[in-house]
Design a protein around this ligand. Sequence first.
Ligand code: AMP
Length: 528
Amino acid sequence: MAVFGIDLGTTYSCVAHLDDVGRPAVVRNAEGADTTPSVVYLESVDNIVVGSVAKNTAVIHPDLVVSLIKREMGQDYVTPEIHGRTYVPEEVSALILRKLTADAELFTGDSANDVVITVPAYFGIAEREATRRAGEIAGLNVIDIVSEPIAAAIDYGVLRPDEDRSILVYDLGGGTFDTTVITIRGGDIEVVCTDGDHNLGGADWDLRLVEHLAKDFTAQHPDATDPLEDRETEQELRTLAEDMKKDLSSATQRTVRVVHDGRRATVEVSRDVFEEITHDLVDRTVDITRRIVEEAGRRGVTTFDDVLLVGGATRMPVVRARLVAEFGFDPKLHDPDLSVAKGAARYAFEETYRRLLSSGETGKANEMADRAGLSDKAQEAMSNRQIRTVASRSFGIKAVRRDNRTDFVAHLIHANDQLPADVTEEFGTIDDDQRAILVEVMEQAGPRESDLVENNNRIAEGEIEIPPRKPAGWPIDVTFRLSTSGLLRVAAVEKETGVRLELSVQVGGMTDEQVESARKSIALTRVS
Ligand code: AMP
């Protein structure tokens, strides 16, 4: 049975599997590249192109191209109308997954149906669930959703199975930034704490360069129209900017030609200028890293054996330089574009192996292990490995202060609490003879825990009945259970009658029926 790990990135995606000697290896796409741009070109309703062709098409047909969709996962978003219909983020991601798995089948000759998909550690429940649904819409069996730093640590940990280590993962991808502290002990992986910003990534550096190029062009041609007002030029500038940014990781200066409104301008950008105009973006990652270092310290991890740089944007020399200057770290670039997919492939393999063993299908499990050429020792380590992780955000319910009757969020689970978490707290009615309590489940929306309602998203709600004629303060017990993979179940119980309210978090707007109908419609589409 072949299983695959998919790093479904904001700007680029990557697929890996275990090769014939049990090593994680990247699966090339049909164009022969290790990574595929996460860009979708809707050429017609039933012919869709994903990858570098789509990325290049964005210049000519920006209205038919969707990119950076990962930033919208779990949000209330639909694309503008394209060929008479709109797409939700799950569908766009499903199209990317279709391309990735179709190419993986072509490359390996195996069916690519069973997959693990990675998400940033900072993703909340809605985003994780939307990612799982994207997989379902693509017709895949999603074995699990795994955090990117965990996948990177698996890839890294496997390289040094006998050493205990504390690792800080600094992951700056195309659209998201995450930093996570992980310990590897006796082959077990534990996430100590995690923090991040899912609106900060390489694409923001590109945007700064786009603005810079446009400004320089306008300075040279003050009479020309604004290049940023023209979608075609803007797209062109984005492509130029990304190439320029990548080149500035090795070269110290680069010159490009900007063509717009029938004029040309030659613009030279040095690495120093580039670093100057993006200084505040690096500062934001440093601030978050400082927060995580402090949090790790509070949790007993005060030194790091390794600082791993993952995500393509960590190739920018300024990242390493700032981490050295601010923290005295000695960061290592760890296969920045590929390690997440490789770790996910390893995890997909291990998880499937463990599930086969626990359901008594030893024959199948052994066959898998033999096929990957794993020794008995490696098999034993694999079946015993444990992964422990923490909550990426805080969760609570909306409550009312007794004294001034204002709303606030009472937290039951805090960011970085160990998972699985199981917490029960007592709440009470506020009025005499109150006949119901509305339980509104809230998830932290901003970067920090806050009891202000507006800094949280409501992710589920339900009403529990209270027997008649009970005094104010009549108690109910509310229980939050958050699983290791980030699924939240909430229960409320009225203790006298035993009436119970069960809420499983309702996410992202799509019902099972909608997922099924999207799956059917996308199955009929040609995706290449
Ligand atoms: P990922 O999501 O990990 O694939 O990271 C993709 C991001 O890394 C994109 O914003 C790329 O432009 C960026 N990237 C890739 N290679 C380089 C490079 N050599 N220098 C700077 N950024 C890069």
